[in-house]
Design a binder for this molecule. Structure first.
Ligand SMILES: [Zn+2]
Ligand SMILES: [Zn+2]
Ligand SMILES: [Zn+2]
Length: 342
């Protein structure tokens, strides 16, 4: 993630809503990747000083769970990230506003990387059934008053469902330990689930499918049985040469989604390191090799920094030869999107 600066010169960050130095209201615009310093508004319309004007996303105005703005020329009341919401948490329960805000913050970061990588984002509607949507649902494990007995975090036909319980740190951390995972985050969930959606968009039915099957295996393998077998075996150890995580072993599509999420972790974290001057900007034209060598350099430093604080390694993963081939494949699927369309 890059950093931004306020009109007063103060350094700003992606999630900021107010400048701590001058008190100005801030709003992020996805389309230009800018965090704007806003002045006085007339009828809730903020002139940017370059002839354009923006208004705040409706979820910023009504609930303060978004910090985005949209060009007034656009007809939408919501930013591109909020337009993807199919179901938001039930706000009759006071604690759900805070949970929703955590999810929106992670979703904005996902959407910003999707745009940065030039991946197509279209909201799922009756007219465009192949679009993307999010449902944030609560089940009885957290709230006995709701109807849903069990909500599974997952993806189905463009709809990404996240169980609201995942916003609870205690739940998330105990599940992480139980599953033997190195990390478990909201952003990680969203990146992983988006991988399932983009598999259907870009790999399924494309020329990439043959190479996919060479690397990951048969995507038609019985999904439900594979997942049941995986959970039953409670397999927390894995072969680092071939898999990026224990969960990757569950099914070829899970392996793909884990690699996709990992690629996003690398791309976003490297961007942050370049923005802060921790790494020099890429010099090589071989983008994947450059990323990989920068990533190795960076993660050694990150782990040592954490150890200095008595913390666990920030990056406990091992990138085996076959894992690198899988990450390279994800890169090959995504990278052509960045080229200007003919
Ligand atoms: Zn300022
Ligand atoms: Zn929004
Ligand atoms: Zn999955």
């Amino acid at each position: 993630m890059r950093t931004f600066s306020c009109k007063c010169g103060e350094r700003l960050f992606f999630d900021n809503t107010k400048c701590l130095a001058c008190g100005s209201l801030l709003a992020y615009e996805f389309e230009t990747d800018q965090l704007h310093t806003l002045g006085e508004s007339a009828n809730k319309i903020y002139p940017l000083g370059d002839g354009r004007s923006v208004r705040l996303c409706q979820n910023y105005v009504d609930y303060d769970v978004c910090n985005a703005c949209i060009d007034v020329q656009q007809e939408n009341s919501w930013c591109i990230a909020c337009q993807l919401n199919e179901t938001i948490p039930n706000l009759d329960y006071a604690q759900n506003l805070e949970k929703w805000a955590k999810l929106e913050s992670a979703k904005r970061r996902l959407v910003r990387t999707l745009l940065k990588l030039n991946l197509s984002i279209k909201p799922k509607t009756h007219q465009s059934q192949d679009g993307l949507a999010f449902a944030f649902l609560e089940d009885q494990s957290q709230n006995p008053d709701v109807l849903e007995v069990n909500v599974m975090t997952g993806h189905h036909n463009g709809l990404i469902t996240i169980n609201l319980a995942e916003t609870d740190e205690w739940v998330r951390e105990s599940t992480r330990l139980e599953m033997g995972e190195y990390y478990r985050t909201l952003l990680g969930h969203l990146r992983h689930e988006s991988g399932h959606y983009y598999f259907e968009q870009y790999v399924l039915g494309s020329n990439y499918l043959f190479e996919f099957e060479q690397l990951f295996g048969d995507y038609r393998k019985d999904y439900e049985k594979s997942l049941n077998d995986y959970y039953e075996a409670n397999q927390t150890s894995y072969d680092h040469e071939n898999f990026i995580s224990a969960y990757s072993q569950a099914h070829p599509l899970e392996d793909w989604a884990e690699c996709w999420a990992h690629y996003f972790h690398i791309v976003d974290t490297l961007e942050t390191a370049y923005a802060f001057g921790i790494l020099k900007n890429p010099s090589s034209n071989d983008f994947f090799s450059q990323q990989l060598s920068d990533w190795t350099l960076l993660t050694v430093k990150l782990n040592e920094l954490n150890r200095s604080m008595g913390l666990e390694d920030m990056y406990p993963f091992i990138l085996g030869t076959n894992v690198i081939k899988k990450l390279k494949f994800v890169h090959q699927v995504i990278d052509p999107m960045r080229l200007p369309k003919q």
